[in-house]
Design a protein around this ligand. Sequence first.
Ligand code: ADP
Length: 425
Amino acid sequence: MTSLQRNSVHMSYSRSCHSQVLVLNCGSSSLKFAVMNPHNGDIAISGIGESLGQDEPVVSWKSHGERHSQTLPENIGHTEVIRFLVEKILSGHPELREQLIAIGHRVVHGGEKFSHSVLIDDAVINAIQECVALAPLHNPAHLAGIDAARSAFPNLPQVAVFDTAFHQSMPRHAYIYALPFALYRDHGIRRYGMHGTSHRFVTERAATLLNLSVDEVNIISAHLGNGASITAVHNGRSVDTSMGLTPLEGLVMGTRSGDVDPGLLMHLGNRMDYALHEINDLLNKKSGLLGISELSNDCRTLEQAASDGHDGAQLALDIFCYRLAKYIGSYHAVLPQVDALVFTGGIGENSSLIRQKVMTQLAGIGYTVDAQKNDRARFGEEGPISTDQSAVTLVIPTNEEWVIARDAAELVPPDTPNHDPRTRE
Ligand code: ADP
């Protein structure tokens, strides 16, 4: 090998270590961002713009361990936050700006069009636009973010990573509602599922921990945050999930009801004079842990209140765990084999109480919690929480940003500045 060859190998290696992806997650009034190394998941800068389009928008961010915050002019939106990111935050870190190879966008709904992440072009933008009816709060915000990022970084490839993509492998019998078939055929009304990026991360990580390849791992993945969903994974692919056409279906969540009798909607409308928007508000924002407890949607607050004797808090936690255990039981019926039950999301990663209650409820199908391991598994700890005799149960902290960064890096076309072919490995 000549010294020139050696140098170029070395340069390629150092680029591979130092390339960065800007991960963007645009909500209706917020924009989360992170500059991340796609190879190891290290975060150089992370932050959030909040109260966008309102009186006092504020951007807070952390870089190299230091926290910063700045109020922005009223009513500013995604474009201005991205401009602030470029002109004020990234300008202080020219080395990171140099190393950026792509922008990865979280997109909530890709309908049936996307089963994988894709490079964004005009056709992809049109397809995301066509899915606005399925995600009216999220997809318009994503489009605003994509538009702003394309203007700010015209030379960098932009990649869309869809929450729905992982669930596109569901079979028809899992995603078709028992409704007139024309509603699916003509209007796309079916179950899509969400949190796919998290369930995918957890699946890949579980395969590693279980010493299996991803395409042979079978897990039940419970993502329990403010939103919550559970997925049955067969041979590394989602075969059923609890969220449906919208994120409302399935488990009890922070403020969402999860499954209810659809007859409830007619009852509320016809007998109790609720307008449709009030029913929407009730089911999405006033139900779940908050609605039952009449106290809070926050699991920590409820655990504390329940231990202090608050009956509503206790009932909310009981129902949350009971309904979750029922779903886990039903996914044992869906899967021919279960290699592990996995807990993730803020509650799944931290609440030993919820995990212990759920596993106790599932004693009849072979689950026994290891109290010590369960107590230790919190604040980012990963590992088993079941006894040696039990069905395997793992806690795996999720990392959706890293999936987005990796997908974006893998899709960078070879002729892009800073392109690193090793990211395709
Ligand atoms: P989001 O869906 O908004 O991303 P998170 O995944 O951050 O939500 O999860 C938020 C939930 O996690 C809240 O209900 C919070 O109370 C719960 N949580 C976080 N830490 C703990 C903890 N130590 N014990 C119990 N619950 C916790």
